[in-house]
Design a protein around this ligand. Sequence first.
Ligand code: ASP
Length: 337
Amino acid sequence: MASQAPDPQRSAARIAVFALGGTIAMAPREGGGGVTPGLDADDLIGAVRPWLDGLDVTAETVANVSSSSLSMAQIADVAGRARAAIAGGATGVVVTQGTDTIEETAFLLDLLLDLEAPVVVTGAMRAPSQAGADGPANLLAAIRTAASPSARGAGVLVVFNDEIHAARFVSKRHTHRPSAFASPLVGPIGWIAEGRPRIALKPARRTPTLAWQGGALPEVVLLPIPMDDGGRLVRALLPDPPAGVVLQAMGAGHIPRDLVPLVAELAAAIPVVLASRTGAGETLRQTYGFAGSEIDLISGRGLIAAGSLDGPKARILLAMLLAQGADRARINAAFED
Ligand code: ASP
C-alpha cells in the first residue's frame, strides 16, 4: 500500500473494533478442505497496524463464525457493545464479519442504534491466504471511515472495495468478487481516496430506531415465489403459521393467481409483507390490477407493501416490529416510512 498522509482530524479518534469471523478472519484448514474462521481481532488489526497513523484502536473477538451462522441476538449483543464503547469514550466502531449476511446485520444494527458516532461494518471476499486478499484494505478503510467526523450522523455504514454504503440500501450482489457490494437503489454514499473517506451524500432521514435487547424473537419466514409456484410452501405454513411472513414476490409485487386464495388465508392470520425478488425498487401499490397483482394483494387481501426494502431486510424489520408487539397498523406505518 502506498503511504498516505495522516489526516489531522483523525488524531483524536478512538475506534473500537468488534470481530465476528467471516472470510476476513479465515485461514486454510490443516490438510486442506477450504478456509474456516481462525484469525482473531488482534490478527486483523496486526495486518493494518503500519497504516493506523497513531489512531487509538482497540479490538475484541466477539465470535469467530461464518456469517451464515450469525444470529440476530448476536447482532443485538454487538449493538450493546457498540453503545457501551461509545459511552466509554470511543469515537467510532467497526464490526468485521462474513459478507454473506452483511446486508442484514448492518440493517439490523441501523435499526437498533441511534448513535451519532460512526458504526461501520466490513469484511472480505478473499481470505488472507488468497492472492489479492481484500480484508486489510477494507478494514483500514472502515477504521478510517469510523474515525472521520464526516461520517457522524450518517447511520450504520458498510465500507467495502473503497466504497461507503448506507446500511439501509446495501446488498451483496456477487458471490466472489471484491466488488460484491452495491446499493442498487441509490448507489454508494461516499468513497475512500488515498485513505481519506469522503461522504458525498447522507440519507435524508435516519432509519427509525427500534429497541430490542436480544432474547426470543418472533419467527418471520422469508418465502420466495418462483414462476409456476404450486403453493406447497404457503400451504405448509397455514396449519401452524409463524409470527409473520415476507413474500419475495415477482416484479413489482406479483404472485401466480392460483396462489392468491392461499396467501389471502395466510394474510388473514398473520402479517404478510409483500417484497420484490428483483433486488431494487419499491413494491408498487396501484399499477397492476390482475389477479395476484400488487393491487389485488395489498388493497384486496391485506398484504403489507415492503416499500423499498428487499426481502431479507423486510424480514428483519418485521421481526423487530413483532418483537415489540406492534399491531398491523403500526407495522403498516413502519413499512410506509
Ligand atoms: N463468504 C463469506 C465471507 O465473505 C463467508 C461468511 O459470510 O462468513 O465472509
